[in-house]
Ligand binder design. Structure first.
Ligand code: ADP
Ligand code: MG
Length: 606
């Protein structure tokens, strides 16, 4: 007799299943659930794994020393992230930016100084920090000669901006190398005699100072109010190899616009380019046309570029890789709207602006999970093995739901991704992982109601609404009335409340109950109903959802009080029967992957 544990490290929760193995018999004893520590697929997960293990052992009344083996989910190949950007173009004042990716900028590093045309640099500037502006009329040899001469005379030339593709030619001829941004098309638009910051990244890297609002604030010595103003600039520069930001003085305010930009989708056989301001539908259509997708990126210097590159860079940093190797393999784009302060308004007027919400799915390094397994093995002193692909394990777990049998499909609705898999009568499994799940629903509710409070949005997602109409009765969101014998809390009077675990929590939102309910339901529809259909299309052996008969819904979001119903309604349209899972007859829709990992243990693995 041996004890083994299956552990599923998710974006939100780390779930475990403790089982006893007797020859070929596997008997589940207990389960554990805790919040995931750190971002899924990174070393920080180990702490949560420990805690989850402890819970499972405690509830079975067994001792950790008896443990023989841990099986974790494979590769966590996918990590979701959500971002949101208004489609309407962002207006920035008081600063100018050039963010672009010339193929061959010169040098590397950061330079800060006053922008001066190279022909106007003379000894009078000695001791000053200067950024040289080199127009197309000045030949590279002349430019290099002048920079060398002026540097010798004590002018601190910290960097240069060139109109032609000359950066490398110039830099090769300099006695003291400087960062040079070249191929700047609208050279004549660069303001002169202004404080300018310039950054060129090392080969294969991306800029880090100018793509960070606090980086710009440091270089320009901005206060917190000014730093807020330049956030759109830094965001649009994320992912660039080189950039220039120029501080234009107050009063000389010209508004500049950061375009919404385009998204490029590279498929195995087709490529597409879509303008973000056309909305979510064309993006999703293009994505389907390009399936299977190898990478997705946004146009640099635009909102779309900033949004997608941020995902790539965060993932690269977390997994210690070059951003170039991070591939975005799925997107979920949804149309939404956000309240925006009206520019020039006098009483904090808000208007609703169209926006697009994006969840991106990144395929991480397969070795990543192996590394976590090794780390865990060291800390536990027990054998740790990478058990199997998440969606495949989920279906093995889901089959423990009473009344289910092969063939079967599942949809695992978690926090970061919606995964699906199908098992045929003879046990063959196919699966997929899609961007967008519970976190995206919460983000949409948060943004559309202008809450800026993720926890509150999470509560609005999970619990039904009501209105306190008198001190003795409330009206539920479905219109029914409930009376109380004792007076209700007067602070809730005439307010919209959420009914959370027997408590009434008044909302500090000045919106009618119908509006809040609509935002909540629309968000769920846009994410889970859309993704359920997308996912089943992908895993159906024929590509047709109608060929699937039964679907079991699992994952934390299957606990939702209305999501399973919405998904079931839509699937019934395709003749598919769907319902919430009940893993091992006791766990509800939770613990499917961990159960699958424990049950797929094979003799001889120890
Ligand atoms: P993961 O596998 O990504 O860790 P889980 O399967 O643990 O995800 O599901 C987490 C998601 O489930 C979160 O988005 C959370 O908001 C959602 N969730 C958890 N409980 C409920 C509930 N009672 N109603 C609605 N959503 C819920
Ligand atoms: Mg999960």
């Amino acid at each position: 007799m041996k004890l083994i544990v299956g552990i599923d490290i998710g974006n939100a929760t780390t779930e475990s299943t403790l089982a006893e193995v007797n020859g070929g018999d596997i008997n589940v004893l207990s389960s554990g659930i805790v919040k995931t520590t750190g971002i899924k697929g990174t070393k920080e997960n180990v702490k949560g794994v420990f805690a989850s293990l402890q819970k499972a052992f405690q509830s079975a009344g067994r001792d950790m020393s008896e443990l023989s083996m841990v099986r974790i989910n494979e590769a966590a190949p996918v990590i979701g992230d959500v971002a949101m950007e208004t489609i309407t173009e962002t207006i920035i004042t008081e600063s100018t930016m050039i963010g672009h990716n010339p193929t061959t900028p010169g040098g590397a590093g950061i330079g800060v100084g006053i922008s001066v045309l190279i022909e106007n640099i003379d000894e009078k500037l000695s001791g000053e920090d200067v950024i040289a502006l080199i127009s197309k009329d000045i030949d590279f040899q002349e430019a290099a000669r002048k920079i060398n001469e002026m540097t010798a005379k004590g002018v601190n030339i910290r960097g240069a901006v060139a109109q032609k593709d000359d950066a490398v030619l110039i830099n090769n001829r300099l006695n003291k190398k400087i960062p040079i941004v070249d191929e700047v098309l609208y050279f004549e638009k660069i303001p002169v005699n202004m404080l300018t910051a310039l950054e060129v990244a090392e080969k294969g890297k991306v800029i880090s100072m100018l793509s960070n609002p606090y980086g710009i604030a440091t270089l320009f010595k901005l206060n917190s109010e000014e730093t807020k103003m330049i956030v759109p600039i830094s965001r649009a520069l994320i992912g660039n190899r080189s950039a220039v930001v120029i501080k234009t003085p107050k009063g000389d305010v010209k508004s500049r616009i950061i375009p919404a930009g385009k998204i490029h989708i590279a498929g195995m056989s087709k490529n597409r380019e879509i303008e973000v301001d056309k909305g979510a539908e064309p993006i999703m259509e293009a994505l389907e046309a390009c399936f299977p997708v190898s990478d997705i990126w946004g146009e640099t210097g635009t909102n779309a570029g900033g949004m997608l590159e941020k995902v790539r860079i965060v993932m690269a940093q977390l997994t210690d890789q070059d951003p170039k190797n991070i591939k975005i393999q799925d997107l979920l784009a949804v149309n939404t709207f956000v309240p925006k302060k009206v520019k020039g308004g006098i009483a904090e007027e808000f208007s609703m602006e169209n926006a697009i919400g994006l969840a991106a799915m990144v395929k991480a390094d397969r070795l990543q999970m192996e590394r976590i397994a090794l780390d865990l093995q060291e800390k536990l002193g027990k054998k740790v093995m990478v058990g199997g692909v998440e969606a495949e394990m989920a279906i093995i777990g889901a089959l423990t739901t009473p009344g289910t049998n092969k063939p079967l499909a599942i949809i695992d609705m978690g926090a970061g991704s919606t995964d699906a898999s199908v098992i045929t009568r003879d046990g063959r499994i196919s699966s997929c992982h899609l961007a967008g799940a519970g976190n995206m629903v919460t983000m949409l509710i948060d943004k559309e109601l202008g809450l800026e409070n993720f926890d509150l949005a999470e509560d609005i997602k999970k619990y039904p609404l009501a209105k306190v109409e008198s001190l003795f009765h409330i009206r539920h969101e479905d219109g029914s009335v409930e009376f109380f014998e004792e007076t209700l809390d007067p602070r809730a009077f005439a307010r919209v409340i959420i009914l959370k675990e027997g408590k009434m929590i008044p909302l500090d939102i000045d919106e009618p109950i119908e509006k809040i309910k609509k935002v909540r339901r629309d968000a769920k529809e846009k994410v889970f109903v859309v993704n359920a259909v997308r996912a089943l299309k992908k895993v159906s052996p024929s590509g047709n959802i109608r060929d699937i008969d039964h679907v079991v819904l699992v994952g934390g979001s299957a606990l939702d009080f209305e999501v399973p119903q919405m998904v079931t309604d839509r699937l019934s349209y395709y003749g598919v029967v769907a319902g919430r899972g009940n893993i091992r007859g006791t766990e509800g829709p939770r613990n499917a992957v961990a159960t699958g990992l424990a049950l797929s243990y094979e003799e001889g693995q120890l």
